[in-house]
Design a protein. Structure first.
Length: 202
């Protein structure tokens, strides 16, 4: 048992050393997103693509699980809204289509299993998603806001991953709120940053 305990401690320390704090690795460019070039209600039909993720983040089980949870929460909040907008009468012929394409820019997610064994040594969780809003007919990018959230290492440890998972829900809420806020008027919105340490410096 003593040997097993030493192995667990060694594993935890190695995870802690290898895992940089997400706050220093994943950062947004600002506290606010600029307004789209036009309000979303200028479009008649809305198509939301699944969240994409490429290397080096894709293929890592914790990241894949995190993206799945963000997608589930985004669908829960966004799909009814888009269904209502798509059901409204069109104002243009042919109808104008707005493509919504979210993609993972950066992510580091600490799952519950790692939190249980490594606690705060595993570091913070963080995620940055960029969403392109594209006029399907012209290919013009109407907006490309970014959305940032993090969960600090100590909070993750005390909650055994609870705050890490809550981060994913907040990320989905930020995206859905931006889309709703910019439907009637182009006003921009929050990136989710609340601390200057989370903003990239030039």
């Amino acid at each position: 048992m003593k040997i097993l305990g030493h192995l667990v401690v060694a594993a935890c320390l190695s995870i802690g050393i290898a895992s940089a704090d997400a706050r220093t690795v994943i950062q947004a460019s600002s506290m606010t997103n600029p307004a789209p070039t036009e309000a979303f209600n200028h479009f008649d039909h809305f198509e939301s693509k699944p969240i994409s993720m490429t290397a080096p983040f894709a293929g890592q089980s914790a990241n894949e699980a995190a993206v799945k949870k963000i997608q589930e929460n985004l669908d829960l909040r966004l799909n009814p809204t888009l269904a209502g907008w798509n059901a409204a009468a069109t104002s243009a012929t042919p109808p104008r289509v707005l493509l919504i394409e979210p993609r993972i820019d950066s992510i580091k997610f600490i799952g519950g299993g790692v939190r249980f064994f490594a606690g705060a040594l595993a570091g913070s969780s963080g995620v940055l998603i960029k969403v392109k809003f594209i006029d399907a007919a012209t290919g013009q990018v109407i907006a490309e806001p970014e959305f940032y959230q993090h969960a600090n290492a100590m909070g993750g440890a005390y909650s055994v991953g609870g705050t890490d998972n809550a981060m994913l829900v907040r990320e989905a809420v930020l995206i859905a709120d931006y889309i709703n806020a910019n439907y009637a008027n182009a006003v921009g919105g929050r990136t989710g940053v609340e601390d200057a340490r989370d903003i990239k410096t030039q």
